[in-house]
Design a protein around this ligand. Structure first.
Ligand SMILES: [Zn+2]
Length: 379
C-alpha cells in the first residue's frame, strides 16, 4: 500500500535539505482571527466555536502568513515560513518563487460598514510600498451570507472627478460618490486594484485576493476606537491610485456549467487568481495541474478528500491547500452529513492561473462561448 505519493525532492540551500522526499497530500490551514471596529461578536454558525466573543472580530484569515498547517509535511509550521521552502511539486512549476504566498483568502464578518478604501496595483506598490511587500491588491468577494438589504459600494459614479471626490472627502460624504451593489448570498463582486470600495453591514464574505495588506483609507465615518483614537487615513496615496471615469469590475455575471452531477460557477479569472464554485451531491473525481497548487474553500457540507489509498475528512469553513503534483483526487460528500434536503457540498476553488488564453480554452471545451467567458476573464 502506498502511504502518500512520495517525490524525491532536492532542496538546495534550504534548511529543509534533510527532506529527501516530501509527502504530497491535501493540507488544511488553521485560521487566524483579527479584531476590527466593524466586526462581529459572533462568527457562528460558520465558526461555531467563535460565538459570544469578548471583542469584535472582523476577519478570519485563512491563508495568512501566520496561518499554520494542521497536517501534512508542514504540520505546525506557518504558511509564510513553509511557502519559500516548498518544492515545485507543492507550489506548481509556474509559481513565482521567493515571493510570499500569492493568494490571500479571508472571511469577512461585517456588523457595521467598513471604511471607504482603495488598493494600489502592482506597479504603484512596487514603486511606493516596497517595505510593505510591494504587491498590489485585486480582489473578489463571494457573499456567503447576507442580511436583507445588505450591500457593498464598488466604483465611483461616472461624473465623479478628482476635484469632486476631494471635496466629498473633506465634507464627509465620500460614500455618496460610490455605486451601490445590493448583495445576496451566492453573489460575487470583482474589485480590481484602483477601484474605490467599501463593504456594508450584515455580510459574511469570502474574500479572495492578491496576498497584500496595502489599504488606503479615505474615510472612516469619524469612528474612534475604545481609546478614542481614529484609524489612520491615507488620502493622498488613495487619490494617486483611484480610478476615475469609466469603472472596471463590479457585480459578477458568472458563467454556470452543469455537467453530470456537478455544477461549476465561474466568477473571475485574472492574472492573480481564478475563482469558481463547485456544487455536488455525490463523489466527484478531479485532478490537479502540475503548474499550480489549488485552494479548496469549503462553504457547506462534510465529507472526505480521497487520494491514492489515503483519505481525510473535510467540513465547512475549512481551507485546504492541494499540492500541484497530487494528481487525481476525489471529493466525496457524506451521504447523511446534514439533515434536510441540502446535504451536498459547496466549495470555492481558487488558484493562480498559468495563462488566461488557456483558461478561456478550457471554458470553450465545456461549451462556454467566447462572449460568455469574456464576462469573467479580466486580462
Ligand atoms: Zn479592499
Amino acid at each position: 500500500m502506498r502511504a502518500c505519493v512520495a517525490w524525491n525532492v532536492f532542496l538546495a540551500n534550504r534548511d529543509d535539505r534533510s527532506h529527501s522526499s516530501m509527502t504530497l497530500c491535501p493540507a488544511r490551514l488553521e485560521p487566524t482571527f483579527s479584531p476590527r471596529p466593524w466586526g462581529s461578536f459572533s462568527l457562528g454558525p460558520f465558526f461555531p466555536e467563535m460565538s459570544k466573543l469578548a471583542e469584535q472580530i472582523g476577519e478570519a484569515w485563512m491563508t495568512g502568513s501566520d496561518c499554520r498547517f494542521a497536517g501534512g509535511p508542514f504540520a505546525g509550521r506557518k504558511l509564510g515560513e513553509a511557502w519559500p521552502a516548498m518544492p515545485p511539486e507543492w507550489t506548481g512549476t509556474l509559481a513565482k518563487r521567493g515571493d510570499s504566498f500569492p493568494l490571500l483568502v479571508k472571511f469577512i464578518f461585517s456588523e457595521d460598514k467598513l471604511s471607504v478604501q482603495v488598493h494600489p496595483d502592482d506597479e504603484y506598490a512596487t514603486r511606493h510600498e516596497r517595505a510593505a511587500g510591494g504587491r498590489g491588491k485585486t480582489e473578489m468577494w463571494y457573499a456567503v451570507q447576507s442580511r436583507p438589504g445588505a450591500e457593498v459600494l464598488v466604483g465611483l459614479h461616472a461624473d465623479i472627478t478628482l476635484e469632486k471626490f476631494k471635496r466629498a472627502i473633506a465634507d464627509g460624504t465620500a460614500e455618496d460618490c460610490l455605486l451601490h451593489v445590493p448583495l445576496r448570498a451566492g453573489d460575487a463582486v470583482f474589485v480590481p486594484a484602483g477601484t474605490a470600495h467599501t463593504i456594508g453591514a450584515g455580510l459574511v464574505l469570502c474574500e479572495i485576493q492578491q496576498h497584500s495588506d496595502i489599504t488606503y483609507r479615505v474615510y472612516d465615518y469619524n469612528r474612534r476606537d475604545a481609546k478614542g483614537k481614529a484609524r489612520e487615513l491615507h488620502v493622498e496615496k488613495a487619490l494617486d491610485v483611484i480610478r476615475f471615469g469609466p469603472q472596471k469590475g463590479g457585480k459578477v455575471d458568472p458563467v454556470r456549467v452543469r455537467r453530470d452531477s456537478i455544477t461549476k460557477t465561474y466568477y473571475a479569472a485574472c492574472p492573480y487568481f481564478a475563482a469558481e464554485k463547485w456544487e455536488f451531491g455525490n463523489r466527484i473525481e478531479t485532478a490537479t495541474s502540475p503548474e499550480h497548487f489549488e485552494l479548496l474553500i469549503f462553504l457547506e457540507g462534510r465529507g472526505t478528500l480521497q487520494w491514492g489509498a489515503e483519505r481525510t475528512e473535510y467540513g465547512p469553513a475549512q481551507v485546504w491547500m492541494i499540492p500541484a503534483a497530487l494528481g487525481e483526487y476525489h471529493v466525496a460528500p457524506d451521504a447523511d452529513a446534514s439533515p434536510g434536503p441540502a446535504s451536498g457540498t459547496s466549495l470555492l476553488r481558487t488558484y493562480v492561473p498559468s495563462d488566461l488564453a488557456e483558461y478561456s480554452h478550457q471554458l470553450r471545451e465545456q461549451g462556454v462561448s467566447e462572449k460568455e467567458s469574456s464576462r469573467v476573464i479580466h486580462p
